[in-house]
Design a protein around this ligand. Sequence first.
Ligand SMILES: [Zn+2]
Length: 231
Amino acid sequence: MEKMLEYQRIDAGLRAIEQELLASEDRKKGISAKKFLDTVNDNLSALDRKAAEFDNAYTKYMEAYAKLAETQREFDDLDEYTSEDEINYMKKKAQELYDEFKRLEQSIAHLQEEIIALTEQYNTLKKKTASAQKQFKESGQKYTEFKASKADAQKEIQAQLAALEKEVDPKVLALYKEKRAEKMFPILFEYAGTGFCPNCRTEISKLSESNLAKNGIIVCDNCGRILYKGK
Ligand SMILES: [Zn+2]
């Protein structure tokens, strides 16, 4: 187990570099820019659909408006209607027509406002996209450089680990690597027979203790750490 513990100590250096890379601001910036860029096409399609809807609505409103204007022309010659009833009827119709004009004009004005707002959204999205692309490129470049600056140190540690691998129990090593891949760290803990896992304080059963005596290691049921026998 001594060699395995040495392995973990050296591995801690590798993990520290990994953590440093993960914490890089440029990496985070790159990821957030990428996330934004991944949604841009969907957002653009949504805006395009809305623009098409507005375009349709606008055409319909304008057609209705033209129709109303045509109807209005039919009222121009009121002289033909002599009886008072007829005049009242036409007055009523003219008022209705006028109200409808007003409603339609309001709808058109409202639609025009929406189109302006949509255009603004579109322009904003375009600006944001350009800056996200710039950020993605710049931070990607910086992160690549940062990663490259750590490559030698990583390689050196990896070589040390590879050398040690020949001297450790392959079963423990395989288990260790499995847990390391799950981002668990540290993985190895000495169990001094206290009845509790030294990492998570979960109770260790008598059965587990006898397994430990038999096999030299056990895995904590709760936190998954590898526990080895203390001296
Ligand atoms: Zn535990």
